[in-house]
Design a binder for this molecule. Structure first.
Ligand code: NAP
Length: 339
């Protein structure tokens, strides 16, 4: 089988496919014939040295895949050859509190990931993909969609009539727009691009603010867009350099869900802005297996379609990473695997 690895952990040019033996499923494991993989910002953050956790060099990248069970090991009862499945983001986090060390057991930084033609995993590390969802669509659900789902269904779940603020047009944010609208929430979004603003409006965002033109977008959203109220929930993917604006945009006792670190600058946190916001800050890590199962059910029921900017062939994997790094995409970038 062919599998991609980074010969140099710090360079996109060092991503190469090589021939490797097809792994054999051990007791309790399934062998998955991979059909599609989707990329997430963490897949390039690892190369750029911007990931929050350490990474082992030389691993197969990518956490998100859809595929078909090709064989099962002894003792596997949940799946049989031919079943359609998707990966779960944390291979050992099934519910409740995550096991110690879960962050270092994720794909691409702690263990081999999914950018290969075949992969063996525990039967607990995949969930069923319903027939109505294509391989490419299924491969977008494990990380970005589950993160958006966790963000909106937290300790204070989003309800119809709430206002959700999303930042930019990457994978997590576009899923958050779609899910928030499906829940009956109002969506305010930011982007740096006029063309992407049109797309956000077409998806149902009622107001879009260009964060490149309006540096004080947090106050603008609070004072002008929401008439002084502020937003109920912010899907915070920008991180260190956007948090101060998010603290201005959130309503008192609203929630800022800490998710991403897309911004490189790290100006620090103003304690008085943090305290004065009266907001709850909730830091999340994608979600557990149960969250992915809930998301798949909700997604299927909603009839929504993931926004896939482009699907690349397996041989074009490096170009797929380059598109994500250039941030020209809207939603998800996918790599089709096999025929
Ligand atoms: N903690 C978790 O559970 C978790 C889970 C998933 C992802 N993440 C993190 O969340 C972040 C988003 O991931 P992703 O895969 O959705 O990323 P992505 O698809 O690569 O998002 C790229 C987009 O982010 C937007 N962006 C960049 N800088 C921005 C800024 N200063 N303000 C607003 N938007 C900005 C841009 O949108 P425009 O072109 O429209 O401006 C860009 O196109 C990453 O940091 C990722 O590692 C965390």
């Amino acid at each position: 089988m062919r599998a991609y690895r980074f010969d140099d952990p710090n360079s996109l040019d060092a991503l190469r496919a090589r021939d490797e033996p097809i792994p054999e499923p051990q007791r309790g494991e399934v062998l998955v014939k991979v059909r599609a993989v989707s990329l997430n910002y963490r897949d390039i953050a690892l190369i750029l040295g911007r990931y929050v956790w350490e990474a082992k060099p030389g691993l197969i990248p990518c956490s998100d895949a859809a595929g078909e069970i090709a064989a099962v090991g002894d003792g596997v009862t949940d799946f049989k050859p031919g079943d359609r499945v998707i990966s779960i983001f944390h291979p050992r986090w099934f519910g409740g509190r995550p096991p110690a060390g879960a962050a270092m057991q994720t794909y691409g930084n702690g263990v081999d990931g999914w950018l290969a033609e075949y992969k063996t995993v525990s039967q607990e590390a995949v969930v069923r993909l319903p027939d109505g969802i294509t391989w490419e669509e299924g491969a977008t659900l494990p990380c970005a969609a589950t993160t958006a789902w966790t963000a909106l269904s937290g300790s204070v779940p989003i309800r119809a009539g709430n206002t959700v603020l999303t930042l930019g047009t990457g994978g997590v944010s576009i899923f958050a727009v779609q899910l928030a609208r499906a829940m009956g929430a109002r969506v305010i979004a930011t982007t740096s691009s006029a063309a992407k603003a049109e797309y956000l409006r077409a998806l149902g965002a009622e107001a879009v603010v260009n964060y490149a033109e309006t540096a004080e977008w947090g106050s603008h959203i609070r004072k002008t867009v929401t008439g002084g109220t502020g937003v109920d929930c912010i899907v915070e993917v920008g991180g260190p350099a956007t948090l101060s604006q998010s603290l201005r945009a959130v309503r008192p006792f609203g929630e800022i869900v800490l998710i991403g670190f897309l911004t490189a600058e790290n100006p620090g946190i103003d304690y008085f802005a943090l305290k004065g916001s009266n907001a709850t800050l909730r830091s999340i890590a994608v979600g557990d297996r149960a969250a992915l199962e809930d998301l798949v059910r909700a997604w299927q029921g909603s009839g929504l379609k993931p926004v896939i900017d482009r699907t690349f062939a397996f041989d074009e994997a490096r170009a797929a990473f380059a598109l994500l790094q250039a941030a020209r995409h809207i939603g998800k970038v996918v790599i089709a695997v096999g025929g």
